[in-house]
Design a protein around this ligand. Sequence first.
Ligand code: PEP
Ligand code: MG
Length: 325
Amino acid sequence: RQARFSKLRHVQAITKDGERVLLNMNAGLTVDLPHLYQSGADGIGLYRTELQFMVASRFPKMEEQRKTYNRILDMAGGRRVIFRSLDVGGDKVLPYLRRVKEENPALGWRAIRMSLDRPALFRTQARALMRAAAGRELSLMLPFIADVSELLGAKALIDKEVEHAKKHSHELPSEMRVGVMVEIPAILYQLDQILPLVDFISVGSNDLLQFLFAADRENDRVARRFDPLHSSALKVLREIAAKAIAHKTDFALCGEMAGRPVDAMALLGLGFRSISMAPASVGPIKAMVLSLDTKKLGEMLNGLVDGNCSTIRRELTEFARKENI
Ligand code: PEP
Ligand code: MG
């Protein structure tokens, strides 16, 4: 099987009905980068910058961050990399960051909330990213946005860094793309306001599903209790895709479900054409894409999603079997 997938490395992911699908990989350290070539991924759809912070014994200085980001971009060799700003808090702790104990850390002071309360931290990271990407494209993704004002706040800090760079005659990125993660249910009802303000969105289905079903992703007793192929989850994902298409904004999904063939197949049926996953999943998912007819799937899937109020995994698995996917 592995040999079969490695043969697909240089094959583009195009469905039987001619739809090009971007298969990106998730990464978090420079050691992940060789996987970009071994897996045949199109780019990095989620670079979790917090990993560098978690393995350090103190906050990495601007210059240390810059060097890391610079290396990542060099190693990616022109393939797009989406850097996510620091997503610590919750289960991801920095031993050197003093913080109060939280009863519900997943719902606590994390990610963009921390960045906005500690703007110097965020600006240092934005500065390091902009310097690393001087003359190249920079894609920066903001995690855990619950309110449009948080996006505006972060954008204001980014603008300050652009001004700072100009004042000091530092070369800017050739293009700055700012996006948000869709992973908090409240944001689903702000998409019409948010989509015109961003260059892209990416669904963080790990968090989005944990909050949608109120099921802790870290708790073995409940983490797999609700299926990502539950019609409620698929209705939400379908709505996000439809809104992004209507606003002509790039959209993707970068949670674990993107790496599971039947789940990823469902995403394509809902209109997703860009998904990001662990490197080991890229081959198997590419094989699925190559044997899929999205039109045939889409028609059937819409009916199933509308006509059910539970998981439709059985029906989708049956479809995949019949279609030799
Ligand atoms: C997610 O929430 O789905 C996601 C991709 O981010 P993380 O798993 O790092 O929270
Ligand atoms: Mg998340």
